[in-house]
Design a protein around this ligand. Structure first.
Ligand SMILES: *[C@@H]1O[C@H](CO)[C@@H](O)[C@H](O)[C@H]1NC(C)=O
Ligand SMILES: *[C@@H]1O[C@H](CO)[C@@H](O)[C@H](O)[C@H]1NC(C)=O
Length: 623
């Protein structure tokens, strides 16, 4: 389906600009990089990277007017800005070599180039200037390691030691002896068995949730595919025209507007929480007093891998490679991770300093945790008033949609579809308040969370009353229509995009994600009740289970991997369906390879270790 869309997209490209090919060919290159390594191997080498804005040197300049005209289309890059990586020391060896201020030297150097074309340039944003001495220190690791690097290294060694100890202990003792559970949780052998087990739960109610793992793998694949494209746009492209043509393509809306698939993760996550608690409530007396346990359990699952990868991104990531784009893409983001580390650690990164992103996918982890608290409170309160639960949750869900519409109207926020374009993506929405205000915000995803809770209650009540959804005929129609409707809803963005009045945009914000979540909830409800469909067979495949359990690790590492691939390239990257596809496939393979040890040696043991301690504490307090 998506491959087909990509192929269509590649075939159906057509220029919408009023600029002819011949004129277009005279435009200066949008991105250019001089040779980085040979530049900085010279003793006085100086390499600078930055963005210049262009103006005409003398007033009537047809070339400039066309560049300006071409840039008016939001689906085009702004061609009056040029992105340059210059080896200032060799390119402008003569006159400006006296200048001590390297940013001035860079600007003068670019001016010399522009003057020959009747243009003037001004440095708009300097990403970095680097001298041979600085690059030498980096390449030979002569910079001293700071505390953060050493702490992370110590943590990794400790984890390795625990794993080694636990594994040896587990393997050496035979299976009959009673083993210390605090040690065996670290055993690679036992964690491997858990990772590859197909039936984790003897409870049929829980094994009916099998398709969730398949759905997770599928959604994560879509996420990585989209991010592969995003990273190409953020990098220097050899042929930015391809990106511009793609931006015009109506089929690409599947990707631009399809980011709502992330909402399914949230529906699933709040469903699982509420459903497990509801099952538990049949035999146990649970109440709000259990909130801390719920939250600790969640933190124990997310935090180890999450903090380890954010810690890596803040420290060692920037030392992995080098290249002209490396400081601009990786080192800059790494610095953000370091600055925002505590916001990340407390899951507030989408609210604090939200314009700058450390591993952009972590907004989802923050929102998921924030909404997890909301879901836990609601479920624990409603567990005693199950009769009112459906009405209360429906009311809250409608309220959340109205709230989003109001916020969108008051603050002029828009759905992603309205502001996704090459220039915005290149800065990862730095100048777009809607992205942090709405897209990454907890309230933006609140409807999905409430729909997940509703789903859990509906599913649970149906089971309690012995209602068999699989035998009901009227459910078949919405169930089989849900997938085509979801895709139509995403593509419907092409239609919605034409209407930009604040009222319409606010209404679209109110409906966009919730409709998506409801359609997915119908699919999930049918799937959990084993209503026959091809899709269910696909997601029920047991092979998904192991991959599904690695989802958190894959979600965390894929950005670092893909970014490292692209940012280490010495020249602007070629952007085409095939190149993006190759980056996506190699990122996916490498991410799963890294995720395997992360899941086995960090996520699983630490989670089991903490829950073991928690059980012990609970026993003691109960006595
Ligand atoms: C393009 O960039 C220039 C200079 O930075 C800016 O003045 C102009 O408004 C931009 N054009 C568009 C269409 O955004
Ligand atoms: C270099 O010049 C720029 C522009 O005039 C100025 O903003 C910057 O502070 C200068 N840098 C140094 C190190 O003097």
């Amino acid at each position: 389906m998506l491959v087909l869309a990509l192929a269509l997209a590649a075939a159906a490209v057509g220029g919408a600009a009023a600029v002819s090919d011949e004129e277009f060919a005279r435009f200066p290159r949008l991105f250019h990089l001089d040779d980085y390594d040979s530049c900085l191997s010279q003793p006085d080498g100086l390499y600078c990277l930055g963005t210049f804005h262009v103006t005409p040197a003398i007033a009537p300049n047809p070339l400039y007017d066309q560049m300006k005209e071409y840039s008016k289309d939001v689906n085009h890059f702004n061609r009056t800005q040029l992105h340059r990586g210059y080896c200032v020391s060799s390119r402008c060896a003569g006159a400006s070599a006296e200048e001590r201020n390297s940013s001035l030297r860079f600007e003068q150097c670019a001016s010399r180039w522009a003057r020959r074309r009747g243009l003037k340039v001004g440095l708009q944003r300097l990403q970095y200037c680097r001298s041979s001495a600085q690059e030498y220190a980096r390449a030979h690791n002569t910079e001293p390691l700071d505390l953060a690097h050493r702490v992370l290294t110590a943590v990794v060694y400790t984890l390795l030691a625990c794993n080694a100890l636990g594994t040896i202990y587990d393997v050496l003792l035979d299976d009959d002896t009673k083993k210390n559970s605090l040690l065996t949780v670290w055993s690679l052998r036992s964690n491997w068995r858990r990772l590859t087990a197909t039936y984790e739960d003897k409870d049929p109610r829980l094994s009916a949730l099998g398709p969730v793992q398949g759905a997770r793998v599928f959604l994560l694949t879509l996420t990585m595919m989209t991010h592969a494209g995003v990273i190409h746009v953020m990098s220097y492209s050899y042929n930015p025209e391809f990106i511009e043509k793609m931006a015009h393509n109506p089929n690409m809306t599947l990707f631009f507007n399809g980011t709502s698939v992330v909402q399914i993760f949230l529906v699933i996550s709040s469903f699982l929480l509420a459903y497990n608690l509801l099952i538990l409530s049949k035999d146990h007396d649970i109440s709000l007093r259990h909130l801390p346990f719920c939250i600790i359990k969640r933190i124990a699952r997310i935090c180890p891998v999450y903090l380890l990868v954010v810690g890596f991104a803040a420290t060692w990531w920037q030392r992995v490679s080098s290249g002209p784009l490396w400081p601009a893409l990786v080192e800059t983001e790494s610095a953000v991770c370091r600055r925002k580390f505590w916001a990340q650690a407390f899951f507030l990164n989408n609210l604090i300093d939200s314009k700058e992103h450390c591993l952009v996918q972590t907004w989802f982890i923050a929102v998921d945790m924030q909404l997890y608290v909301v879901s836990s409170v609601l479920t624990l309160v409603l567990v005693r008033k199950r009769r009112a639960a459906l009405r209360v949750l429906t009311g809250l869900a409608v309220g959340a949609c109205v709230l989003n519409a109001l916020l969108a109207y008051v603050f002029n926020w828009q759905a992603l579809l309205y502001f996704v374009n090459p220039e915005n993506l290149r800065n990862l929405y730095y100048d777009t308040p809607s992205f942090s205000g709405l897209y990454m915000s907890p309230w933006g995803s609140l409807p999905a969370c409430l729909i997940g809770l509703l789903l859990a209650h509906v599913h649970f009540e149906m089971q309690e009353s012995g209602f068999k959804l699989a035998t009901v005929t009227w459910f078949k129609l919405p169930y089989h229509l849900a997938l085509p409707l979801t895709i139509s809803w995403i593509l419907g963005g092409n239609w919605a995009r034409q209407y930009t009045s604040p009222e319409f945009v606010a209404a679209y914000v109110a409906f966009e994600r919730p409709v998506f979540s409801i359609l997915c909830a119908i699919l999930l409800l049918g799937g959990f009740n084993q209503v026959e469909s091809i899709l269910l067979k696909f997601f029920n495949w047991r092979g998904w289970h192991a991959a599904g359990r690695m989802s958190l690790s894959v979600l965390m590492v894929h950005w670092c991997v893909d970014m490292a691939f692209v940012a280490a390239r010495p020249q602007p990257t070629i952007t085409s369906t095939i190149e993006v596809g190759m980056d996506f496939v190699s990122t996916m393979l490498v991410s799963y390879l890294i995720a395997l040890p992360l899941t086995l040696m960090v996520e699983m043991p630490v989670q089991r270790f903490i829950s073991n301690i928690m059980i012990k504490v609970m026993h003691r307090t109960n006595k």
